[in-house]
Write a protein that binds this ligand. Structure first.
Ligand code: IDC
Length: 457
């Protein structure tokens, strides 16, 4: 039964505002909010808000949202202490619902008035954190039998390998998006159907740049976009690598606070899924291994607090070259590994630029470190130029032999040699015919679409 809690005057009143403590430091946060206009009449309406705590348990909460039209006012609310200041509305948890365990929901509502239009708020905060979760979609149906996630389930690191639910090594082969701030139209139902069904890809890496018009310009929007791509991969039985695509500046510590905020949110929201791998820093560069390790040891606990069992990929020095591009090598990691379990180290290469010396480093390192090639190109390190077929094939053969998973840069129609699709492809609906593929795309599709041999016992 709903209980009438507070009466609220219209205007800029702040009657009844309860200030509540936020979550303890380091607590994982995350939330979903559903707003429904349940009734509307001339000048008035009734709305319900269902909030779900997707983070750590809380013993107090404040919901915040903005009513988009200046004429919208909360008149009277229930199941929370409601207040309004300008267009900003705040609802504080009541005695009986201020404690919410992980996954718990509560329903509140109010009667409002309006003068012009009555649009729904578009964004909600829960203890100051923007709600990006959704509790209604994706469908919770298990992925179709035989898909990579259905066969392998929750992954974990075993020795130097990535292992599946049968504790047996697996190699995941797939594609990386281009920067989702630029190539968003390339990631839709049709293109991801093609990736899962025609390419038989095991994974989609979601490259969320932090700078270059990326995450830092719209944290809530990019977080939501990443979550939606995780769902789209999950629905098709593919793993999703959430790539915090730091590149310039090269010191990941520049983005430490952003990383903590982002990963606490996506890890809480996706904790119950089995298809998520977290990649915490794309390509550290111009920075020491000690600085990268320090960053990793601060970000990994934030992920673990929310999603204890997911695999985390740590970028390495020299654009994730295990230090080789900075004149070092894998020994700096072997001798001073990140203090965490269930992690892998990133190795990236561009086949036309990085050849025998880099292959030798990977061959040596693979005996001592869990490696994941979370990004590589068939072309030069600029992302452009011609496909180096011989070097690309040598690399892919090596990765197959060592059972090292990979994601190719890029599943996009960027006008550069590394893109899998010809320019303009993403403006259409055909992602399947051979005519839309570039030379790089054709090579990768032929490699990735061969049958997987995932052990099942
Ligand atoms: C490149 C893109 C290019 C973009 C550039 C700037 O291909 O279109 O203009 O980034 O950000 C990496 C990086 C990856 C680069 C890629 C190719 O992780 O972001 O993408 N590359 O230069 N490391 C080595 C190469």
């Amino acid at each position: 039964m709903k209980r009438l809690l507070a009466l609220l005057a219209t205007g800029a009143s702040t009657v009844g505002l309860t200030v509540l403590a936020g979550p303890p430091a380091q607590a994982a946060t995350g939330c979903a909010a559903e707003y429904t206009i349940t009734n509307q009449w001339e000048g008035g309406f009734q709305a319900g808000v269902k909030i779900t705590n997707l983070g750590d348990p809380v013993s107090g909460w404040t919901l915040g949202f903005t009513l988009p039209d200046a004429g919208q006012k909360v008149v009277q609310g229930w199941n929370a202490t409601w207040s309004q200041s300008g267009s900003r509305v705040t609802a504080g948890g009541a005695d009986w619902n201020r404690t919410l365990s992980t996954g718990a929901s509560t329903d509140l509502g109010f009667v409002g008035s309006f003068t012009g239009s009555n649009p729904a708020p578009t964004s909600f905060t829960f203890n100051g954190v923007t709600c990006t979760g959704s509790v209604t979609d994706p469908p919770t149906d298990p992925p179709a039998t035989g898909t990579p996630t259905a066969v392998n389930g929750q992954l974990h690191v075993c020795g130097v390998h990535l292992c599946n639910q049968y504790d047996r090594p697996v190699q995941l082969r797939g594609m990386s998006t281009h920067g989702i701030q630029w190539f968003g139209p390339c990631y839709n139902d049709a293109s991801l159907d093609a990736l899962a069904q025609d390419w038989k890809s095991d994974l989609l890496r979601v490259a969320m740049y932090v700078q270059e018009d990326g995450y830092e310009t719209d944290p809530a929007g990019f977080t939501a976009r990443v979550n939606s791509l995780v769902d789209m991969a999950e629905a098709r039985g593919m793993y999703a690598v959430i790539d915090f695509h730091t590149l310039t500046p090269g010191d990941p510590n520049y983005n430490l606070d952003r990383a903590k905020t982002f990963f606490s949110s996506v890890a809480a929201r996706n904790a119950h899924k089995k298809n998520v791998i977290y990649e915490i820093a794309n390509e550290p560069n111009g920075v020491s291994w000690a600085a990268v390790k320090s960053y990793a040891e601060q970000v990994i606990p934030v992920i673990r607090a929310a999603d204890p069992d997911a695999v985390v990929i740590v970028g390495t020095r020299g654009w994730s070259s295990l230090g080789v591009s900075d004149g070092s090598n894998e020994s700096e990691v072997v001798n001073n590994p990140v203090n965490a379990t269930n992690i892998m180290y990133a190795f990236h290469f561009y086949a036309a630029s990085h050849k025998d010396a880099y292959r030798a480093a990977v061959s040596r390192a693979a005996a001592q470190l869990p490696l994941f090639v979370s990004e590589f190109g068939t072309v030069s390190a600029t992302g452009g130029g011609a496909v180096d077929r011989a070097s690309s094939v040598a690399w892919l053969d090596l990765l197959d032999r060592l059972k090292i998973g990979y994601a190719n840069w890029t599943y996009s129609d960027a006008d550069e040699g590394s893109a899998a699709f010809r320019p303009g492809t993403c403006g259409g609906t055909d992602y399947s015919s051979s005519g839309v593929l570039t030379e790089s795309g054709a090579l990768l599709k032929s490699r990735i679409s061969t049958a997987d041999d995932f052990p099942t016992s």
